[in-house]
Design a protein. Sequence first.
Length: 445
Amino acid sequence: MTSARIIRNYQLLAGLYTLAASLIWGVNTLFLLDAGLSIGEVFVANAVFSAGMVLFEIPTGVVADTVGRRVSYLLSIAVLGVTTVLYLLAAQAEAGVGVFAAVSLVMGLGFTFYSGALEAWLVDALHSVGMEDDLDHVFARSQQITGAAMLVGTTAGGFLGQIDLGVPFGVRAALLVALFVFSWRVMHDLGFTPRPLELSHIGTELREQTRVGITYGWQQPGLRLLMLSGVVRGSFLAWAFYSAQPYLLGLLKDDKIWVVGVITAAMSLSTIAGNQIVEWLTRRCGRRSTIILGGSIVTTVGSLVMGVTNSFWVAVPAFLLVTGSLGVISPVRQAYVHHVAPSEHRATVISFDAMLASVGGTGGQLGLGRLSGAADDLTVGLGRGYVVGGLTSVLVWPLVWAVRRRGDEADVIVGSRPRAGTCAAQGLPRDTHITSHPRDVVTTR
């Protein structure tokens, strides 16, 4: 198994998973509204989904770090497929917010099985064949591929939703069955030795993995600051993604479902564009925190513009600025985390980070959902939510700046060649050499 083949398999597994999952991303909020939920109830169901990710991140991290990354990935596909079908059945029965919330909770379990497991599989496999560096570029290129998969998936989902909002859910379930069979054949743990997980030891494993997440994550000052910034970002971004569908259609004053599919696809393109410039940025900036801070400022500005405008044609570019900045931030932040996390606990540390972001997402969706639902006009209420969320995201700036001031080894980009007068030269020795790394896209259903 060569490093090139490992990377290719990772990109295939991540891309196909994203393709299947993203079929409903552009229409999910509209689907729930069509099923009879109010906008407030929609965000209750979404918040329960985020809460599920909080509850299950550590337990599923135990699975990935014991019985293996492969098992965790396959379980994710299986749970996601089953809950997608249950969503369809709940809509047909007009089951109400309680049933949708319960299914959303289990769907969160499915995504936590995926969270960190595939990433950890890639890094361990590459280390097993002697590839240690250049993870930033590997992650950035892989995110371009998953962005392209999301482009295809959300566009197709939008047009399928024009036929019937339930069709993208049915197609998604079918694709997940095919992906399960494919993954079973091509994915095997490399550089990691699975060990049995006995039922009698689950409590001990949970306590140990929680300790690991705290020791190798929270107790490291630089990573703790990034995790706190993830809580703030998560409190707004999950809500912002789901709200974009009805908000942009409200500004357009039209109900064409395919429009949100195209916009979500454009979001994928903007994310790919952000991934594309990561390599250029990492050659010129010596600190990962510099890139993350710049992207965070763009996120805030785009969110505020999106909230205050009454024009569809202004809101869409502003939204794409936000998603493009995520394409820049995600690979670089991802590389920082992988630089810090030890191999044997990699999946747990990543899950711990994702869990904290989901804590923010749970509270943010409940709070901003209530704020947006309180207005007489839904579009006006959602606009207020973007303004409040954008202002809240300003809190990310001092946290990332504090990471920069620390000057930790993980913040230094190995492989770049900083030039005099560039951001890479600020506060660094003239002979510093640097690299790049990736991730932190909003987890959606």
